[in-house]
Design a protein around this ligand. Structure first.
Ligand code: G6P
Length: 372
């Protein structure tokens, strides 16, 4: 078993370290010489893609968080309205679907029953379905009109890490594909983003080299009865994912919030010493967002929180306000989750280890859930 884990103590540790390769593998060959994105199996014409006027993303768990990030990218790059919904809720509320709706189903296993049922409902309503899955030939891709496979390799740990990052990479490709097929409004931005995507694996590797401070912070936080995560824009779904990892692995009450919502309720949860992990956007460009999260950090600090900020390297403003900063390389805002999610995975794993939990096989959880 030790050999299977490649020298790591847990499959999760191994899989965290495999992320740069998994993302690079997922991108490889998907951008042709003309800079066009290539899907794997497409039973849809370019015209079908052009006719799309609405996108729904359906998924569960960590895959749902990849979907939430994708909404920001798809709406920005394509100007097509995009909604993200938990697969288990989707079909029960009679969503408005027709031939010009694209339903994107994200599922690592390709077998999650909730997601499969959402796909079947979408098809019954004549919507087109594009799936993103890590499992070639699994049920969800087989029932979809188009497929893009992630190439994370087998993920053994129940808590998803490398599959999540490759889902993000694949989702970005889908967003860019939609933008291209429909005639690109932001041609320059799309080609710049493609370059940045290709550079992402190297940056993820840098984040992984620099995880010691986050490990130390995790051990120090192991006595807390709750941990809060806050973010804005794509940092919000990253906050949700960080909290999910901690719930899954440490059995600790953890919650992710849109930082702007703090004042509408959750701030009452802050006590002296409560760890708050803030996902801070780049101080460049969208500095408005950055300013706003700095004031959120000030608000929670004023109530005694211990703030750990995941921010861009060289972000001195954040460093001046937070108790500890975890720096990630500079990246376009929309792609930042590929980097900022990684320290949160390690935080959860290390905190759970300090509590003596079974990292690869947490209680009550299954890798693939084939019941509704
Ligand atoms: C289970 C796993 C999660 C996963 C979710 C969706 O709950 O424990 O890690 O995110 O299913 O799985 P899928 O295979 O559809 O991505």
């Amino acid at each position: 078993a030790a050999a299977e884990k490649g020298g790591y103590d847990t499959f999760m540790a191994k899989e965290i370290h495999e992320q740069p390769q998994a993302v690079a593998d997922t991108l490889r060959g998907r951008i042709d010489e003309a800079g066009q994105i290539v899907l794997d199996e497409v039973r849809m014409s370019d015209q079908d893609f052009r006719d799309i006027d609405k996108v729904f993303i359906v998924a569960c768990g960590t895959s749902y968080h990849a979907g939430l990030v994708t909404k920001y990218a798809i709406e920005h790059w394509t100007r097509i309205p995009c909604e993200v919904e938990l697969a288990s809720e989707f079909r029960y509320r009679d969503p408005v679907l027709d031939r010009s709706t694209l339903v994107v189903a994200i599922s690592q296993s390709g077998e999650t029953m909730d997601t499969l049922m959402a796909v079947r409902h979408a098809k019954d309503q004549k919507a087109r379905v594009l799936s993103i899955s890590n499992t070639v030939g699994s049920t969800i891709p087989r029932e979809s009109d188009a497929v893009l496979y992630t190439r994370a390799g087998i993920e053994v740990a129940v808590a998803s890490t490398k599959a999540f990052l490759t889902q993000l990479a694949a989702c970005y490709l889908v967003g860019l594909h939609l933008a291209q097929v429909r005639g690109i409004k932001y041609a320059d931005e799309v080609s710049a983003i493609l370059d940045e995507l290709v550079a992402a694996p190297g940056k993820i590797a840098k984040v992984i080299e620099n995880l010691d401070p986050v490990r130390e912070m995790a051990r120090e936080s192991a006595g807390s009865d709750r941990v809060l995560f806050i973010g804005r824009h794509v940092g919000y779904p990253v906050a949700l994912e960080g909290a999910l990892k901690l719930k899954e692995l440490a059995y600790l009450h953890a919650e992710g919030f849109a930082a702007g919502e703090l004042k509408h309720g959750p701030i009452s949860l802050i006590e002296a010493g409560t760890p708050v992990i803030a996902i801070v956007p780049s101080p460049r460009g969208r500095s408005l967002l950055h300013d706003k999260i700095i004031s959120n950090i000030q608000e929670v600090k004023a109530r005694g929180a211990k703030v750990i900020a995941v921010c861009e390297e060289g972000d001195k403003i954040t460093a001046a306000h937070a108790d500890l900063v975890i720096e990630t390389p500079a990246s376009p805002t929309l792609l930042a989750p590929l980097l900022t999610a990684v320290p949160l995975q390690e935080f959860a794993a290390e905190l759970a280890t300090a509590l003596g939990r079974d990292i690869d096989q947490p209680r009550n959880l299954a890798k693939s859930v084939t019941v509704e």
